[in-house]
Design a protein around this ligand. Structure first.
Ligand SMILES: *Cc1c(COP(=O)(O)O)cnc(C)c1O
Length: 362
C-alpha cells in the first residue's frame, strides 16, 4: 500500500535522539528547544520565535497575547481551511467569522474579507493553504487601513515564500505546526514567530503559566502550559538541518506529478510557483474525487478528499450560514483530492500512480 502520507526521518534523527538520551537531558524544553527556535528564526528571517505545544494552541496563544479573547471580538477566518484555524479562535474565547476563499489561490483576499467586516472585527487570520498565498502586500495594506491585526496561520507553509520573504513574516505573527504530515514533524509541535518584542514577551509568559521563568512562582499574567519539549526539539533539529533537501524534493515530487498528468484534461491544477512555494500535499481538483479515490484504493494507493467547507459541518450549523456566501469553498471541497505526497515516495512510485490516474480517465 502506498499511503497518502507518512513521515520521513532517518539515521540523523535516531543518532541525535540516542545522543540526547545518553546526555541525561531533562526531556522538557530547555537548550534543544532554544536551538530549534534559533534555526526557525534563521530560516524565516524572523527576530523572535517561541516553540509551542502544537499549531492549534499557538494560534490561540497569539490571540490571547493580543487580547482578542471576548465573545464579541470577531476574527476573520477562511471557510476552507483545516478546522484548527477557526477552532483556535473559539479556544481563545473570540468569535470566528468564516469567509469564502479566492478562486485562484483558494485563500482569503481583501475582496473576500471586505463584505464580512463589522465594527467588532479585530483580526484577520490568513491561512497559506499548501504554501500558497495571494498578494500578501495588498493584504497587509488592507489590514493596516482597516486597523485589523493580521495573524498568519502558516502551518502548511514552512519553507514557502512570497516575493522572497518567508510566509508567516507578513503579519503581526506567523504560526507553524510540526504535526505528523507537515513539512517537518516532531510528532506534535507548533511555533510562533514575530518581530514584535512586546507581543512575543506576552507569548513567552502565556505559554509558561504566566511566570517569568520555571521555578519562580511569581505570575505576570494569566498563563497556561503550552510548552514544547527537548525530546521533540532533538528530532526537529535533525529535520530542519535537512530543510534544503526536503524543500527541493517536495517541489520535485509536485513537478513530477504535474508533468506526468499534464495531458489529463479532467485534472485542474492550482497555480503553484515552485520557486517560492513548497507544496505540502499534491493537490488536484477533479470532477469526482470520491470515484478517483476508490479507484486508487483498489490499486493500493491512498488518497484523501479535501477538507469540507466548514459551514456545512454540524458544529457550525447553528450559525445558519448560507451556501450562497461560500461558492468557492464549496467548489474546492467538492473537487479536491490529495494524492500520495510523502517524502518517502520514489520517482517510480509517482510514475506508477500517475499511470493509474491516466488509465482511470482514459
Ligand atoms: C495542521 C494545521 C493546523 C493545526 O496544527 P496542529 O499542530 O495539528 O495543532 C492549523 N492550521 C492549519 C492550516 C493546519 O494545516
Amino acid at each position: 500500500m502506498i499511503p497518502q502520507f507518512e513521515p520521513l526521518y532517518g539515521d540523523e534523527e535516531k543518532q541525535a535522539m540516542k545522543e540526547y538520551l545518553d546526555s541525561d537531558g531533562w526531556l522538557t524544553e530547555f537548550r534543544k528547544t532554544r536551538e530549534l527556535e534559533d534555526e526557525i528564526k534563521a530560516l524565516t528571517g524572523s527576530q523572535y520565535c517561541w516553540m509551542i505545544a502544537n499549531g492549534t494552541v499557538s494560534l490561540a496563544t497569539a490571540l490571547y497575547a493580543l487580547g482578542i479573547t471576548n465573545p464579541e471580538d470577531e476574527v476573520i477566518v477562511p471557510n476552507f481551511t483545516m478546522v484548527a484555524s477557526p477552532n483556535s479562535v473559539l479556544l481563545a474565547g473570540a468569535k470566528p467569522v468564516l469567509v469564502d476563499v479566492d478562486e485562484k489561490t483558494r485563500c482569503i483576499t481583501p475582496e473576500t474579507i471586505e463584505p464580512h467586516l463589522t465594527a467588532q472585527t479585530k483580526a484577520v487570520m490568513h491561512v497559506s493553504l499548501n504554501g500558497r498565498c495571494g498578494d500578501m502586500d495588498a493584504l497587509v495594506e488592507f489590514c493596516d487601513e482597516k486597523n485589523l491585526v493580521l495573524i498568519e496561520d502558516a502551518a502548511q507553509a514552512f519553507g514557502s515564500f512570497h516575493n522572497g520573504k518567508h510566509i508567516g513574516t507578513f503579519g503581526k505573527t506567523g504560526s507553524f505546526s510540526f504535526s505528523m504530515p507537515k513539512i517537518i514533524t516532531t510528532g506534535q509541535g507548533g511555533a510562533l514567530i514575530s518581530d514584535d518584542e512586546t507581543f512575543m514577551d506576552k507569548v513567552r509568559h502565556i505559554r509558561d503559566f504566566g511566570r517569568e521563568r520555571g521555578g519562580i512562582d511569581v505570575y505576570e499574567t494569566i498563563g497556561f502550559n503550552f510548552k514544547y519539549s527537548d525530546l521533540q526539539a532533538v528530532i526537529g533539529l535533525a529535520q530542519i538541518k535537512k530543510m534544503p533537501k526536503r524543500i527541493q524534493r517536495r517541489r520535485d515530487i509536485f513537478k513530477r506529478y504535474q508533468d506526468n498528468l499534464k495531458d489529463v484534461t479532467e485534472i485542474e491544477w492550482l497555480e503553484t510557483d515552485l520557486e517560492n512555494t513548497t507544496p505540502w500535499f499534491v493537490d488536484v481538483l477533479v470532477p469526482d474525487p470520491a470515484a478517483l479515490q476508490a479507484f486508487l484504493k483498489e490499486k493500493e494507493i491512498g488518497a484523501r478528499p479535501f477538507y469540507p467547507a466548514l459551514h456545512t459541518q454540524a458544529p457550525y450549523n447553528e450559525w445558519n450560514l448560507s451556501d450562497e456566501d461560500y461558492p468557492v469553498s464549496l467548489d474546492t471541497a467538492a473537487r479536491g483530492l490529495w494524492l500520495p505526497s510523502s517524502l518517502k515516495l520514489t520517482d517510480e512510485q509517482i510514475d506508477e500512480i500517475c499511470e493509474h490516474i491516466r488509465s482511470f480517465y482514459a
